[in-house]
Design a protein around this ligand. Sequence first.
Ligand SMILES: Nc1ncnc2c1ncn2[C@@H]1O[C@H](COP(=O)(O)OP(=O)(O)OP(=O)(O)O)[C@@H](O)[C@H]1O
Ligand SMILES: O=P(O)(O)O[C@H]1[C@H](O)[C@@H](O)[C@H](OP(=O)(O)O)[C@@H](OP(=O)(O)O)[C@H]1O
Ligand SMILES: [Mg+2]
Ligand SMILES: [Mg+2]
Length: 344
Amino acid sequence: MRLNGEISHLWNEEAEEENERVSVISLPPPPPSKKLVVGYALTSKKVKSFLQPRLEGLARKKGIVFVAIDLSQPLLDQGPFDIVLHKLTGKEWQQILEDYWEKHPEVTVLDPPAAIQHLHNRQSMLQDVADLNLSDCYGKVGTPRQLVITKDPSSIADEVSKAGLTLPLVAKPLVVDGSAKSHELSLAYDEFSLSKLDPPLVLQEFVNHGGVLFKVYIVGDAIKVVRRFSLPDVNESELLNSTGVFQFPRVSCAAASADDAELDPSIAELPPRPLLEKLARELRQRLGLRLFNIDVIREHGTRDRFYVIDINYFPGLSKMPGYEHIFTDFLLSVQSKFKMRLSS
Ligand SMILES: Nc1ncnc2c1ncn2[C@@H]1O[C@H](COP(=O)(O)OP(=O)(O)OP(=O)(O)O)[C@@H](O)[C@H]1O
Ligand SMILES: O=P(O)(O)O[C@H]1[C@H](O)[C@@H](O)[C@H](OP(=O)(O)O)[C@@H](OP(=O)(O)O)[C@H]1O
Ligand SMILES: [Mg+2]
Ligand SMILES: [Mg+2]
């Protein structure tokens, strides 16, 4: 502040004289007078992956500061914050945030805990996609057929046959709570092995997609799509000759992207932009979330048949090219939208 005062003092007394000699004087823009304070509540793993020096450095230049929320102290005693950014699970944290928000409705909470909760269950997370009707928008988007199994592994084969699901099936833990266990997926090739699975889970039809997946990142109004390697196709003979349940690693989560790989163009071609924009807009609205990504696959052999197989809240954004620019712009836009709402 004092520095600004000094500059303006100099400007008043000396610059006017100077102005007579030099017609254009370009001064660097003044530093933003008010900082945008973002309180964050994240696991240490998330802090490491998300809050990288390149993000904090750019944020500082744009007048944004990140402040760690101290979970051992009452949230109401901390701040003031303009934005609260969080990814913690559990009822207790949800309650803390809701109480805080009630007292501080002027603070933007990214995102509302109840909306995030919707993505913690692999059945409810895809419900909104299933409800969408995007058939007339440069392609069709749906979800693979799936079944929820909550108990009794011995009856799974019967339930699968009643529901008419086709093998192979991807078995996914029903609840997604950020734990490694909730990402332990397996592929079941034959109906007899289904009894080895461990409910509660979702059984989803495996869709051949040429081993490439599209990760669509949504950060407010921004949409960025990248290619990742995924599970290879399962052909007929492999299906006939394979039995058992095989656990597979988190293929698509690897930092290595498939963007620069030499791929069959019909597999690698990104989904049409208008389709992704429509999908992102609809889901943003229906889910009430601003920070998430969608895993999309294209059915192999088709040009325009897409499936959403997974939605993640506040995913690994640092794997998105240019994330520091996209994220800081987003934080600033959140704030200016809020101010516009207040002044209208
Ligand atoms: N229905 C499906 N058909 C084909 N492949 C699938 C299907 N479901 C999942 N996969 C493959 O398994 C991977 C993991 O599945 P999914 O994305 O549902 O799990 P996740 O643990 O929630 O992943 P993330 O790390 O993205 O949160 C996908 O990236 C894809 O490679
Ligand atoms: O950006 P993609 O490739 O989708 O992968 C993310 C997963 O989808 C998220 O579930 C991970 O976050 P959590 O481990 O906090 O759930 C998230 O963990 P990270 O933020 O620590 O990288 C990523 O692994
Ligand atoms: Mg996924
Ligand atoms: Mg996921």
